[in-house]
Every structure is written in structure tokens, then in C-alpha cells.
Design a binder for this molecule. Structure first.
Ligand code: PLP
Length: 478
């Protein structure tokens, strides 16, 4: 492949787009420039490969393919069958699962598919069976009412949002909190760690149909063997949402008790975080749940996104290459170096460190809310996101935490030495930022004071740090 093939591909694409709506072409170019210049520490983001990105920009996007491989509700799906089968095969091989369903458009969709599959498997529900036999658009109000009545008292036990769980693990405003009678388990207030005895106790008391493990902001490993034992002890179906750490499972950093696939009845994931693929989701399971999972359409999904399934096949093939294991190991080494660098400079970290790809800084130690810290860091060229910490006094909007993750910078090639410099930049900004006051003179949770000259200086240092690690080095847009 000529070295400039990627440049030619992306430049040509932009030229074609520019011919129709130049502002879109400009925004795409500007996004690449922004991503190249900023220190991206958002734990849920990454940089997909050019092959993965290019697999999405084509005529597969035009094709309807409701149904499953070889059993579609539309004609002419033979090429979609090819890419869906390839993506599923790569997913099965990569994770050692007997069944993979690669149609979910996102992590939330994957979780909804899993919930419906579990309900359909476990609950005697005539209305659910009727609903499954039809297209979701054909369900009447009466059907939905009967369904809600039948399913309304099923129970889910998941990790609470402020302990690091996800919205879809039963958070009340989310559909999962409405589908299920929900209770959550938190973490030990002294250590910040999951206390398996307490999870077992909650399971014994609550007797959930579904026990969910997985997280968006928990910086430690979870022992899935123990969680499965807890689920078995109360007859629950054990589901793991590995959206955040799928890359660490794929790269064999999380093995044995920490690999969810051999322990869970059903595993869901996104494909775009540490796994480094296109935006999307997938579900893995054994033969017992496979038929129900394959009914994702019509229960939850309409037509799949064949162009994204093509990109999933490419990214999963990449993750099966031997070098992906080195990448996954480096993600964790980098997160640990970042955590150590922050701790050495006096930061407070939830659980005191990390064993995965993310670090959660409790910024109340700097006298800030998460919102103030997030914005001050952004002013300084460091992109992070605010996040609740356990028992957060500032709630889910302002928060007391900053979540940082290493999958994206590791893709760029930064290593542990650069993580120490990154820790220095973060600490400099946070220790030099102070809380501002609101119009009535009281302490504000949003306003902050940071010398713009310092923010500029850190921004320059951040881009200098990145100069040795070009993003998409073979893409020159001119
Ligand atoms: N599950 C977990 C654990 C997540 O962290 C996320 C995303 O943040 C999701 C599910 C949802 O993924 P998506 O944004 O693709 O719907």
C-alpha cells in the first residue's frame, strides 16, 4: 500500500463532501486538527484506525437488513450477511464466546437487547411472547400495557451510578430503572472497593432476576467468578457490561477471574472505547440465550447499520492481531503511571489508584467541583470529563471528580514517561485553579479562576508533549 493511501482516501472524501456542503468538510477537518492538538484523556474515547473509519463511509450505509444472517426481512442482503458474519466470527474468536450478536448500534442498545433476552428466557410472559412475534411498530398500547404489567416486578441488582455503574444498570430515570424493580450495590466507603460480601447480602435480601456487573467509572478489576457465585446462589442471571474494559479483555490483560466471558451468562460491550473500533455495541452469550439475543430486531432494534458492522469486522480483526495485547498492557501501565504521578504530587484518587484504564481524581482535595476542574483543564488543552465520586456531595451535575483514561493517548504511542508529564500538567492546572463566586457573592460550583497565561502555557506544553506522537501520521489533509 503506498504510504500516502490514507491521505488520498481522506482528502478525496473531503473534496467530494466540500462540493455539496463545504461547512461539513471544514468541520471534519477542524475535528481532526482539534484531536491532534489536545491531550485526550476521556476514558471512553479512542482513535479508530483509518481502515475502521473508511469501512464506514460507503454504500453499506444505504442497505436495510432487518433480521439475522441468512434470515432477513429484506432482499439482497448477501453482502451484509458477509460482513455481519465476519464481525461475529472475529468477536467469537477474540473473546472465546460461543455466540456473538453484532447488530446493536450502541452500548445502550446492547444492554437493552440483553435485558429483553434475559426476560424472555426467564419469565413466563404471554404478552412478551406475543410482542416478540411482531414488529415493534405493530405493538398497540394494550400490548405495551400488558407487557408492563407482566414484567414490572422483575428485579435487577446493579452497581450504583455514583460508585461507577452505568445509567443502564437500573438508574431510575433510565429505561432500565423502569423495566425493572431496581436496587443497587455501592462500594466500601473506606476503600472505595466493591465489597463482595455486601453484594451477596444485597442479593440474598433482594433476590434479583438479573445481577449486573460492569462500570463506567470504577478504577479497579472486578472478580467475575465471585459475582457469578453470588448470582448462582440466588438463581439470578449474571450479566457483565464490559463496555469500558473490552479492550483489556481482548488484549488478555483481564484473564481468569477477571475475564467476564467464561463467568457471565451474557456479556455486552461497546466497540468504540478501549476496544478501538467504530461506535457500536455487541452481545456475547452461550447457546442458551443465543436465540433470544438474535431477536434484538424486532424487540429493540430496527435495521442494523451494515457500514458499522463492516467497521466492527475490521476493528475486531485488528484486535485479534498479536500487537493488540501489547497495546492493552500499555493502557494499564500508562494509567498506573498517571495515577502514581498524580499521587506523588498530592492528588486524591478514588480507591488510591487503578488496575484498569481509568483514574478517578477526587478534586475536592483541590477545593474544586468536577465542573470547575473539567473546564479549567479544557482551557489548558486537556480534555477530560467530570464524574461523580462515591457518595458525591456535589451530585451528578457538578460532581466532585474528574475521570481520566489512557486508551486514546496509548493509541498515539505515549508511554509511562509522558504520563508523568501529563500528571504534572493536570496537577499544575488543578492546584492553580480556585473556585469562583456567584453573582450573590456565595461560592459557585461552576465558576472558577485560572490565570489565562498559565492555561496558555499548559496548552503549549500539552501540544509539545504530543509533537513526538502524531495522530494519524499518514493522513495529510493539506
Ligand atoms: N455501558 C457502559 C458501562 C458505558 O460506560 C456506556 C457508555 O458510556 C454504555 C454502556 C453506553 O454506550 P453508548 O454510549 O454506546 O450507548
Amino acid at each position: 500500500m503506498p504510504r500516502n493511501a490514507e491521505s488520498i482516501a481522506f482528502r478525496s472524501a473531503l473534496e467530494v463532501i466540500r462540493g455539496v456542503e463545504p461547512r461539513v468538510a471544514d468541520a471534519i477537518g477542524a475535528e481532526l486538527a482539534d484531536q491532534r492538538e489536545s491531550l485526550k484523556l476521556i476514558a471512553s474515547e479512542n482513535y479508530a484506525s483509518p481502515a475502521t473509519l473508511l469501512a464506514m463511509g460507503n454504500w453499506f450505509s444505504d442497505k436495510y437488513a432487518e433480521g439475522t444472517i441468512g434470515r432477513r426481512f429484506y432482499a439482497g442482503c448477501q453482502n451484509v450477511d458477509t460482513v455481519e458474519a465476519l464481525a461475529a466470527e472475529h468477536a467469537r474468536e477474540l473473546f472465546g464466546a460461543s455466540h456473538a450478536y453484532v447488530q446493536p448500534h450502541s452500548g445502550i442498545d446492547a444492554n437493552l437487547v440483553a435485558f429483553w433476552a434475559i426476560l424472555a428466557d426467564r419469565v413466563e410472559a404471554p404478552a412478551l411472547q406475543r410482542a416478540q412475534a411482531r414488529h415493534v411498530n405493530d405493538l398497540t398500547e394494550a400490548d405495551w400495557f400488558a407487557l408492563r404489567r407482566e414484567l414490572g416486578d422483575q428485579r435487577m441488582l446493579g452497581m450504583s451510578l455514583d460508585a461507577g455503574g452505568h445509567l443502564t444498570h437500573g438508574f431510575r430515570p433510565n429505561i432500565s430503572g423502569k423495566m425493572f424493580d431496581q436496587r443497587s450495590y455501592g462500594t466500601d466507603p473506606a476503600t472505595g472497593l466493591v465489597d463482595y460480601d455486601r453484594v451477596a447480602e444485597a442479593a440474598r435480601e433482594f433476590r434479583p432476576l438479573v445481577l449486573v456487573a460492569g462500570y463506567s467509572a470504577y478504577p479497579r478489576k472486578i472478580n467475575f467468578r465471585i459475582m457469578r457465585e453470588i448470582a448462582d446462589s440466588v438463581g439470578a442471571t449474571f450479566m457483565v457490561d464490559m463496555a469500558h474494559f473490552a479492550g483489556l479483555v481482548a488484549g488478555k490483560v483481564f484473564t481468569g477471574d477477571f475475564d467476564p466471558v467464561p463467568h457471565a451468562h451474557i456479556v455486552t460491550s461497546t466497540t468504540h472505547k478501549s476496544l478501538r473500533g467504530p461506535r457500536g455495541g455487541l452481545v456475547l452469550c452461550g447457546p442458551e440465550l443465543a436465540d433470544q439475543v438474535d431477536r434484538g430486531c424486532p424487540m429493540v432494534l430496527g435495521g442494523p447499520l451494515p457500514h458499522v458492522m463492516a467497521a466492527k469486522a475490521v476493528a475486531l480483526a485488528e484486535a485479534r492481531r498479536p500487537d493488540f495485547a501489547g497495546y492493552a498492557r500499555q493502557i494499564v501501565d500508562n494509567a498506573q503511571a498517571l495515577a502514581e504521578g498524580l499521587l506523588r504530587r498530592g492528588a486524591t484518587l478514588v480507591t488510591g489508584g487503578t488496575d484498569n484504564h481509568l483514574v478517578l481524581i477526587d478534586v475536592t482535595g483541590y477545593g474544586l467541583t468536577g465542573r470547575q476542574a473539567e473546564q479549567a483543564l479544557l482551557d489548558s488543552g486537556i480534555v477530560t470529563n467530570r464524574n461523580a465520586v462515591p457518595q458525591d456531595p456535589n451530585g451528578a451535575w457538578y460532581t466532585s471528580g474528574i475521570r481520566i483514561g489512557t486508551p486514546a493517548l496509548t493509541t498515539r504511542g505515549l508511554g509511562t514517561a509522558e504520563m508523568d508529564t501529563t500528571a504534572e500538567l493536570i496537577h499544575t492546572v488543578l492546584s492553580q485553579t480556585s473556585a469562583g463566586v456567584g453573582p450573590d457573592g456565595t461560592a459557585s460550583k461552576a465558576k472558577y479562576v485560572l490565570d489565562p497565561a498559565l492555561a496558555d502555557k499548559v496548552s503549549r506544553q500539552a501540544s509539545e508533549l504530543l509533537t513526538g506522537f502524531p495522530l494519524y501520521p499518514d493522513v495529510e489533509l493539506g
